[in-house]
Design a protein around this ligand. Sequence first.
Ligand SMILES: *Cc1c(COP(=O)(O)O)cnc(C)c1O
Length: 420
Amino acid sequence: MEIFTEAQKYIVGGVNSPVRAFKSVGGEPPFIKKGKGAYIWDIDDNKYLDYIQSWGPLIFGHCDKEIEEAIIKAVKDGVSFGAPTPLEVELAKEVLELFPHLDLIRFVNSGTEATMSAIRLARGYTGKDDFIKFEGCYHGHSDALLVSAGSGAATFGHPSSPGVPADFTKHTLLAKYNDIESVKKCFENGDVGCVIIEPIAGNMSLVPAEKEFLKELREICNHYGAVLILDEVMSGFRASLRGSFDIYGVEADIVTFGKVIGGGMPVGAFAGKKEIMEKLSPVGPVYQAGTLSGNPVAMAAGLAQIKKLKSNPEIYKSLEEKATKLMQNFDEISKENGIDFQYNVMGSMFGFFFNSIKPKNFDDVNKSDTLRYAKFHNKMLNEGFYFAPSAYETGFICTPMSNKDIENTINSYKNIAKEI
Ligand SMILES: *Cc1c(COP(=O)(O)O)cnc(C)c1O
């Protein structure tokens, strides 16, 4: 509490990203001093099992040996050059090798940059300004994308934000997740050049697209000659090795990456078909740049993590089993205690809702009991389990999480279920 008070004197709200302030669940955020494997410790030496894992990036947990060593090695050779390095070529190759339909990539420093640049590129390529986004999908905080975003934006009840001129969002057409009719309407009402979607929505808790819906979305884009951007900043290398591609088989024109691709360092990327990507500067006229883009330390971390994932693809099955075990048991315990509960699992990602219906879109998600979530969060935190401080976020399993860790979580939920 002391340091949080101190922090608020110097940093806006005491945090550098809003959801960290615990506003929607109450209480003070623990200040973290270290992590190891599946665990983190706060400055009072409380230990927590970490279901956030830096909001997804740390699929091998904190301080994974190989990633740590790769980072240290890169640091010793110089932390930044603003010039091309072999590491970025290697990471580009490793990523593109997984996706036969993606030819070229560009690295940036965050997911926000990746989606913002992908939209600009799609607009430059098609010459059309209108694009479709879905209610409850979050694509970072750039102006045109900050409309009915889930996650932090939803947590604070600002579907969009002051400071974003209406003129900047007039080309953003909103459709309903898993509702193809709403997409058709947008295409009929606008001059749509591009569609951006989280194929596995992870910013309104976890709501996967229905298979048929995503396929139809691809077909409609083909019909209108629109660019389909799959935002896999969260689901990429998380839902499965190749994100939604292994699960749905839908080929995007552009895919955006972040989180896991940086191994915990600030990295984003967007990759796409040659014809589209070659519109990008310096080959084409669509401008995009970054002083620290392709930073060697960040590339080394991402490379170590992606290589490790590619040589251990079997981990996804065991991560999914653990997530499923956690959710199935939460479900049973909830039922025994008269608590409405729904859940989804996609690989190492899980999401749950205190809701009587299983949400398919943002409207459904918003019917969840967020007050109950706040109670759940407070009590589980006290028991030593670090869940997201918002009902709109996804949970993450990492490889160092043991069956015993999962069982301990289940037992704690059993103990607190009556009280929530
Ligand atoms: C986290 C996230 C972003 C934004 O990434 P930042 O690195 O926070 O800017 C964009 N899209 C999705 C799907 C995300 O989950």
